[in-house]
Design a protein around this ligand. Structure first.
Ligand SMILES: *Cc1c(COP(=O)(O)O)cnc(C)c1O
Length: 465
């Protein structure tokens, strides 16, 4: 499989180079040159398979030529064997044709584990083969950092530095990062905001000498490998509910549009998906887009579903690329204008095409809390403030009640205990394997908001040096 950039002027790459590159050199995002096609028979043959085996069939065509089948199989078995539920991504029924798929049984209790746990192992595999070492640096406001740390811990070819704003992440989130004591994991608490952390990381990547010196790399959500791994659970969920004979719809609480884009990829590969519902909190750039056809940047305001507090959904560019018939030059123009003006208006034809498959719905914090309570009262299920947005959005926008609607539950309620308690009156307990989280030793260094300090830290601490 070869990969091309959404802006049309970066080199065409194989999977291993796309994995390590992250962003394309023309500023675009890598996508497969063609979508692998799965026939109805191929999908039917997934019935009764384990999650890891479904993932193998879905991922194999994307890495063919760079990762051999035996290595991929080992990586996937190893990854999902370690998850906290035997079904890996269990489906639960809330009502007639009303379902949730739980994607929070990985080590850090959010759906990002389903991809990052595989990506960490893929990095290791490719780096070992090449005899290469890398330094990953990232900024987090919560979920991504812990999932990336868990994915990279104890890997000989990787050092990982994660910056978080000191005192501004929840205690669960902080402890999920700082209680990983591995030598190659470096937590930095920055005296500043999340934006300061992000600016520091950007400045580091823009220093090309430094970048080459330490072999700088990233695992952010624009990395194609993450999307690829997420496609698997759409196949898994649809097959459990009767695909290919029966179509299924998905409702996805969204931020960077990575998760729901993976569903779109599944549709392109032949999975019968009737509808996607994109759920947002009050940071609703996506919902406003699906209402109006205009993508307009706004400020970000903190919500009780912080992993969806975004200003721009970076993976949306991948969908745009297809809506514009894969015209890279057109996308480059559109994105440049968007960056300059904060507004992107697409042609009526493209908007109509987007609306064929997608609807958007937003919930503010009060509606989110009320919905957590209502779901608990009617089903006994305690759900987190992100997942509940998926559940409600799916119900509100459902176009055909004869088709199962599957809401993706993206985090365990115990990851956001205060919001869940406030909404429902019930304090959600951590699963047993994490129940001692509050007693574990923490390892973290504090750092001023200053690029020279960051560089000095990275140089001094990376053990690959
Ligand atoms: C990251 C995250 C999201 C948003 O996912 P995107 O792929 O960015 O759309 C939603 N919910 C939770 C709990 C997350 O951690």
């Amino acid at each position: 499989m070869r990969y091309i950039s959404t802006r049309g002027s970066a080199p065409v790459l194989q999977f291993d180079d796309v994995l390590l590159a992250g962003l394309a050199r023309d500023g675009g995002l890598y996508v497969p040159e063609t979508w692998p096609a799965f026939s109805a028979d191929d999908i039917r043959a997934m019935r009764g398979l384990s999650y890891a085996d479904v993932a193998f069939r879905v991922i194999q065509p994307f890495v063919a030529g760079t990762i051999d089948d035996a290595a991929l199989k080992t990586i996937l078995d190893d990854t999902y064997h370690g998850f906290g539920h035997a079904a890996v991504a269990p489906l639960k029924q809330l009502g007639a044709n009303d379902w949730v798929m739980e994607l929070f049984h990985g080590p850090t209790l959010a759906f990002k584990d389903y991809a990052l746990q595989v990506v960490g192992r893929l990095f290791d595999h490719v780096l070992t083969k090449r005899g290469q070492k890398i330094t990953i640096v990232g900024a987090t406001s919560g979920d991504t950092g812990s999932a990336a740390i868990e994915a990279c811990r104890d890997r000989a070819n990787i050092d990982i530095f994660i910056l978080h704003p000191q005192g501004r992440v929840s205690e669960v989130q902080r402890r999920q990062m700082t209680t990983i004591l591995s030598d190659n994991v470096h937590n930095l608490a920055v005296d500043g905001s999340f934006d300061d952390c992000q600016d520091l990381v950007k400045a580091l990547f823009n220093d090309h000498d430094f970048r080459d010196e330490v072999g700088l790399s990233a695992v952010n959500s624009i990395n194609w490998a993450r999307i690829m791994c997420q496609i698997a659970y759409y196949f898994w969920g649809a097959v459990q509910l009767g695909a290919p004979e029966r179509p299924v719809s998905f409702s996805v609480p969204s931020g960077n549009f990575g998760n729901v884009y993976a569903g779109y990829a599944a549709l392109q590969m032949g999975l019968p998906i009737a509808q996607f519902v994109v759920g947002s909190n009050k940071n609703d750039i996506l919902t406003r887009f699906f209402d109006t056809g205009i993508m307009k940047m706004d400020g970000v305001s903190p919500s009780i579903s912080p992993s969806m507090d975004i200003q721009v959904s970076s993976n949306f560019e991948r969908l745009l690329f297809d809506l514009y018939d894969r015209d890279g030059a057109a996308i480059a123009d559109l994105m440049t204008t968007f960056r300059q003006t904060g507004v992107m208006e697409m042609s009526q034809g493209c908007f109509d095409r987007a609306r064929q498959n997608f609807d958007g719905y937003r919930l503010d914090d009060d509606e989110t809390r009320a919905a957590i309570r209502a779901v608990y009262d009617t089903t006994g299920e305690l759900v987190d403030p992100h997942s509940v947005i998926g559940i409600v959005a799916g119900r509100k926008c459902n176009r055909d009640v004869t088709i199962p609607m599957v809401a993706l539950a993206t985090a365990h309620p115990a990851k956001f205990p205060d919001a869940v308690k406030q909404a429902s009156g019930i304090y959600p307990d951590l699963p047993p394997r994490l129940s001692d989280l509050y007693d574990r030793t923490e390892k973290v260094e504090t750092m001023p908001n200053d690029i020279a300090s960051l560089m000095a830290h990275v140089r001094a601490k990376r053990h690959a040096a």
